[in-house]
Design a binder for this molecule. Structure first.
Ligand code: ADP
Ligand code: MG
Length: 270
């Protein structure tokens, strides 16, 4: 991490972190997809991983969700290591991505019921949970239709409900509003606010600056695998001397490029 991020708060003190990511690295051949990423997320907090396409958001979240392993560094959920204690981690997280496939011929409720059985959830508990999610994500209006006939935004809400059936303590969502209209997005953002009120730790990624502005308690700006800055909206704006998150992001990139140029010209002189 660079000088800039060191000046900002990388973690919230006096509270215990539910998610701890430290020096996470992941390579694909020559490419450093994730290059030393560190951040923490506490209960009742929404952390936004903000960055353009290819920044390394999905790779970071997939490591946190135990789906792929880091080359170095570590990630912990409620103190459990994602590599050595992946089973404990999986029980405590709900991971949602746009890739999740629904079963076209089932209705949302049938689909959720089916998954609750796969997960061996107790029937009464599953029923209660499905009712809550159908209500909270406003799935009611289309609960009787087959998943195959739903809009992208509707499918996305069902896919979020599926990921959160077991009421996990930590929610990990990879671009939950990607490609959605503002109405569908609003449902999801409002739902995440409710989950925050319930004390969940929430990590979500987005490339939409306005969304991060609306939702995040703290955010990390990811660019070319590196977290350029971590902090509250106010601290990021103050640190970059900018009025908006978009401008702050561009300023952070300019500073990062400057640092790289300095390193490169230093190397050349040697
Ligand atoms: P984001 O989610 O921010 O768009 P990703 O984490 O998907 O970014 O990708 C980060 C970088 O890693 C990109 O350059 C991408 O092409 C590369 N990458 C991601 N997954 C793979 C993979 N399975 N194999 C090779 N390269 C990958
Ligand atoms: Mg992605």
């Amino acid at each position: 991490m660079g000088e800039v991020s060191d000046e900002l708060e990388g973690s919230v003190q006096d509270q215990e972190a539910m998610v701890e990511v430290a020096g996470l690295v992941r390579r694909y051949g020559e490419l450093l997809a994730v290059d030393g990423v560190s951040f923490e997320v506490c209960a009742g907090e929404i952390f936004g991983l903000l960055g353009p396409n290819g920044a390394g958001k999905s790779t970071t979240l997939r490591m946190l969700a135990t789906l792929i392993q880091p080359d170095s560094g570590f990630a912990k959920v409620c103190g459990f290591d994602t590599v050595r204690q992946s089973e404990q981690v999986r029980r405590r997280i709900g991971f949602q991505t746009g890739d999740t496939q629904l079963y076209e011929r089932l209705t949302p409720v049938e689909f959720l019921r089916y998954f609750s059985r796969l997960q061996d959830m107790e029937r009464g508990l599953a029923k209660e949970r499905i009712e809550h999610l159908v209500e909270a994500l406003d799935i009611k209006a289309f609960a009787g239709r087959r998943c195959g006939s739903l809009s992208t935004g509707q499918q996305q809400r069902v896919s979020i409900a599926r990921a959160l059936l077991h009421d996990p303590e930590v929610l990990i969502l990879d671009e939950p509003t990607s490609g959605l209209d503002i109405i569908s997005s609003q449902f999801i953002l409002e739902f995440l606010r409710q989950e925050r009120e319930r004390g969940k730790a929430i990590v979500f990624s987005t490339h939409i600056m306005s969304e991060a502005e609306l939702l995040c308690d703290r955010l990390g700006m990811l660019h070319q695998g590196q977290l350029m800055m971590v902090g509250t909206m106010a601290s990021v704006l103050e640190n970059t001397g900018q009025q908006s998150l978009t401008k702050a992001f561009l300023e952070a990139i300019a500073r990062q490029d400057e640092r790289r140029d300095e390193v490169a010209s230093g190397d050349a002189r040697r």
